[in-house]
Design a protein around this ligand. Structure first.
Ligand code: 13P
Ligand code: SF4
Length: 307
């Protein structure tokens, strides 16, 4: 039987209501998935939502560390990752043993981790941050010495805004955002001189330095939706360009780079979501009580300091 996109969406909406499934979608998911989600947000918003959601089953349309975060915050719930192959290369960049060694050598430092880390690695961290909460949280940490992992680009951006702290960085980053380069900026500025350039702090510092606004995915969307300018160059995953075109059809949105596509975020399809609500797809996230307990401390600390 052939189904249209709208028929698949209608079936998902019906089944999720019957089965009391809450669908969470990261902002980088495609528009057809957005339309069936109960909540759409950036990494910080999704974590807050995960700790409050009332449904017994939560379906995460995003990448693995996001589903793990939901499970850590709501261990009693059944948490499903819509597409098991959707990982985040940055979250898997740091080795547990190297991190353990670093932590013992720098015992007077507070270890702050971008939430894009595995649950295993979170066990070694004191506090998590997201791109929208990072500056506030780092400022609120009761220690001047911070070891920030794994994204040195986000870390550099934080360090420039919190100069009163000594922030040590490790070499890691998002392969998707690092594809944006100077040629992309020169080309976009030349073709669209009137447009404002909005970028994510996961971009290289040389890109961030030339932006008119720097923020998380939802901060970029809010800025563009509320701003008076009629055109915006978007320097983050290109699904944000698509979403902005739907929400503000009278404005013009230009991707800073055609290559800024996260293939992991794009791995999840509407059919994956359909199969998950039907009970035939996805992967249930299972974690030991010890892993949940140990990795939860730094997420709770993030929610406390980020309030
Ligand atoms: P935010 O959701 O914090 O904007 O981060 C973007 C991202 O790369 C998520 O993986
Ligand atoms: Fe990971 Fe970058 Fe993709 Fe986000 S955009 S999931 S940080 S690879």
């Amino acid at each position: 039987m052939i189904m249209t996109v709208r028929e698949v969406q209608d079936s998902i909406l019906k089944i999720k209501k019957e089965k009391k499934i809450c669908i969470l979608a990261h902002a980088y998911q495609s528009q057809d998935i957005w339309e069936v989600a109960d909540y759409i947000g950036d990494s910080f918003g999704l974590s807050q939502m995960a700790s409050q959601a009332e449904a017994d089953t939560i379906l995460m349309c995003g990448v693995r560390f996001m589903a793990e975060t939901v499970k850590i915050l709501s261990p009693e719930k059944k948490v499903i990752l819509a597409n098991p192959s959707a990982g985040c290369p940055m979250a898997e960049q740091m080795d547990f043993d190297i991190m353990e060694q670093l932590k013992s050598e720098m015992s007077d430092y507070t270890v702050a981790a971008y939430i894009n880390t595995t649950a295993e690695l979170k066990q070694l961290c004191d506090v998590c941050v997201t791109s929208s909460s990072a500056v506030k949280i780092i400022r609120n940490i009761d220690n001047d010495k911070i070891l920030f992992i794994p994204d040195c680009n986000l870390g550099d951006w934080i360090a420039k805004q919190v100069p009163e702290k000594h922030i040590e960085l490790v070499r890691g980053g998002c392969p998707t955002h690092l594809r944006i380069n100077q040629r992309d900026i020169d080309k976009a500025r030349k073709l669209y001189p009137e447009a404002l350039m909005l970028v994510h702090p996961e971009c290289h510092p040389s890109v961030v330095a030339q932006a008119d606004f720097v923020g998380s995915t939802t901060e970029i969307m809010d800025y563009a939706a509320k701003g008076k300018n009629s055109s915006y160059i978007i320097g983050t995953e290109n699904s944000i360009v698509e979403h902005l075109q739907f929400s503000c059809p009278d404005k013009k949105f230009i991707p800073l780079s055609k290559d800024c596509v996260c293939h992991n975020m794009k791995a999840t399809t509407l059919i994956d979501v359909y199969n998950c609500v039907c009970g035939t797809g996805g992967e249930e996230i299972l974690m030991s009580d010890t892993l949940i307990e140990n990795s939860r401390k730094c997420i709770d600390e993030m929610l406390r300091l980020g309030k």
